[in-house]
Design a binder for this molecule. Structure first.
Ligand SMILES: *[C@@H]1O[C@H](CO)[C@@H](O)[C@H](O)[C@H]1NC(C)=O
Ligand SMILES: *[C@@H]1O[C@H](CO)[C@@H](O)[C@H](O)[C@H]1NC(C)=O
Ligand SMILES: *[C@@H]1O[C@H](CO)[C@@H](O)[C@H](O)[C@H]1NC(C)=O
Ligand SMILES: *[C@@H]1O[C@H](CO)[C@@H](O)[C@H](O)[C@H]1NC(C)=O
Length: 499
């Protein structure tokens, strides 16, 4: 099947302001993109959005996972180890390459901008020079591909941690995604569920020594720790990187959430739409993460919009050691395995408050929908729809104002295992993420909390404190990933009937 693209050719090149290696910042753009099965219109929309990003002086624009060529009729070969070595610019060799590659290459070239797209890649091992081919068959991969300002393909990364995706094969080798730019920034990049794993999420910044990470996602959010913007922002904070994250928007299936984050400064811009949305987000990014000046900040949607957004529940709630909170002041300690957490809480409830709250700790192994399992270490406070712990990963079907409580005081002192560097992987074996969640399904802004970390030998003390007594919260705590326990049997075991 073929389709004709109207490529937006302008005779006069745009007068673009490009960042240089000497500049202290660059301009990044991400697209929250409403999912569609129509490949031709996706290509057309991408070309328009590439141009819009360039007109806003973006140096790089990032599109989300699996939004360009979904379905099974438009798989794209990306021969980076053969044809593309001699002819790296598909836009000027349309005879050699798939029309989608040619079109996006032309978009990058005509607008003189770096473009990152995620593509369903096909590789036929009957004819795949330079490629790893364990079997003489046709492979389908979930792949990020990067074009430079000339439209040349400069990087290909295949997703390592598939979320189900039974038609596709994970990367055949653990190659990290990376590329350098003419504005002096080297980027790492990976895809969606990869964010939950040591390789590549921790290895990419630590082994490659990069401070700028690009992410393509179709993330299905989960309460109370893993909604999209919440975990994207926490990743940027804990890894101290700039995180340039584009999310697929498919609200009925749970897909939403994009942003550009800068280390401990939080979201330079972010969006978590509860309604179907395509939106280009553009902001200037400091080359040193966290050294921010002015920036747009989070885009807050009406919390009622999120009634339409599917949000899953964490399947490991029942394994938490927990305690129901009472209105007013309380101070207590909870333990699970080698985790010891002290809570100081002054909970403010009104007659409008519908949620109850629990504090919980867990050192355990959870399932990700039966598709993978992972070690976790958590100390947190979360909202519950009832008295039982299983209700603490759920929302009421309709949001009502002030149904969540505020906290006059909320501080968590967590005594946790110190992360160790795995020397073979050049990546830490544990990562702790400071997480929080407001009614808008966005985390707290950096000014609304403090986090002090004090490492004493093999124990690390996290002091995580809420500074704003007026914000309503779904959750607040430390969510840790302990990679050495990945693939152990989860507790509770996975059951089909979650949610
Ligand atoms: C990592 O990069 C920083 C600057 O970004 C540099 O100062 C440091 O020496 C690098 N470390 C290694 C091991 O390459
Ligand atoms: C996204 O949403 C559409 C409905 O708008 C649905 O048909 C489709 O299966 C969803 N796609 C994915 C990949 O989840
Ligand atoms: C921290 O936890 C470790 C291991 O559980 C324990 O031995 C130690 O006494 C704790 N330290 C403090 C200050 O609570
Ligand atoms: C808890 O907060 C209330 C205000 O909501 C305040 O009156 C009370 O003194 C606080 N209690 C403690 C022990 O700090």
């Amino acid at each position: 099947m073929h389709f004709i693209f109207l490529i937006l050719t302008s005779l006069i090149p745009l007068s673009l302001q490009k960042s240089t290696p000497e500049d202290l910042s660059y301009v990044a753009a991400v697209v929250e993109y409403e999912f569609s099965w129509d490949v031709a219109s996706n290509v057309q929309n991408y070309l328009t959005l590439i141009r819009d990003a360039a007109e806003k002086d973006a140096d790089v624009v990032v599109f989300p996972e699996l939004c360009l060529n979904p379905g099974q009729d438009h798989y794209v070969p990306i021969p980076i180890n053969s044809l593309l070595k001699d002819d790296p610019i598909p836009a000027i060799r349309a005879d050699l390459y798939h029309e989608i590659l040619v079109a996006i290459s032309a978009g990058a070239r005509e607008n003189s901008i770096y473009v990152v797209v995620n593509i369903q890649e096909i590789m036929n091992c009957e004819d795949a020079p330079g490629e790893e081919c364990p079997e003489k068959k046709t492979y389908i991969f979930n792949t990020n591909i990067v074009f430079d300002r000339q439209g040349a393909v400069v990087s290909r990364y295949r997703k390592m941690n598939l979320f189900g995706e039974y038609s596709r094969t994970p990367a055949l080798r653990p190659d990290l995604g990376e590329f350098s730019t003419d504005f002096g920034v080297r980027f790492g990049h990976f895809i969606c569920f990869d964010l939950m794993f040591q390789v590549p999420a921790v290895q990419t910044p630590q082994k490659l020594n990069v401070t700028d990470i690009i992410y393509t996602g179709m993330w299905v959010s989960e309460l109370p720790y893993l909604t999209a913007v919440q975990i994207q922002e926490a990743y940027a904070h804990s890894m101290n990187v700039n995180f340039i994250a584009a999310g697929a928007n498919n609200v009925t299936e749970g897909g939403a959430g994009s942003g550009i984050y800068s280390g401990k400064a939080g979201a330079l811009i972010s969006i978590m739409p509860g309604l179907p949305t395509t939106r280009l987000l553009v902001t200037r990014v400091p080359k040193v993460p966290g050294q921010v000046q002015s920036y747009p900040g989070p885009i807050y949607n009406d919390p009622s919009d999120h009634d339409n957004l599917l949000i899953n529940g964490d399947p490991s709630m029942a394994a938490h050691t927990s305690r129901l909170l009472v209105p007013g002041y309380q101070s207590f300690t909870l333990t699970s395995g080698d985790i010891i957490c002290s809570f100081n809480i002054n909970l403010t409830q009104t007659d409008k408050t519908l949620y109850k709250y629990r504090a919980g700790v867990l050192s355990g192994v959870r399932t990700y929908d039966g598709k993978a399992s992972g070690g976790i270490k958590v100390c947190a406070v979360f909202a519950c729809t009832g008295d039982g712990i299983d209700s603490c990963s759920k929302r009421f079907p309709k949001y009502t104002a002030e149904s969540l409580a505020t906290f006059e005081e909320l501080s968590i002192a967590a005594n946790l295992t110190t992360p160790k560097r795995n020397e073979d992987l050049q990546a830490d074996n544990i990562v702790y993420y400071p997480i929080s969640l407001q009614p808008s399904i966005l985390p707290l802004e950096a000014k609304d909390y403090s986090l002090n970390i004090n490492q004493i030998g093999d124990r690390t003390f996290y002091n995580y404190k809420l500074l704003n007594g007026n914000v309503e919260l779904y959750s607040f705590g430390i969510f840790g990933r302990m990679f050495e326990r990945d693939d152990e049997a989860p507790s509770p075991p996975w059951t089909e009937v979650e949610n």
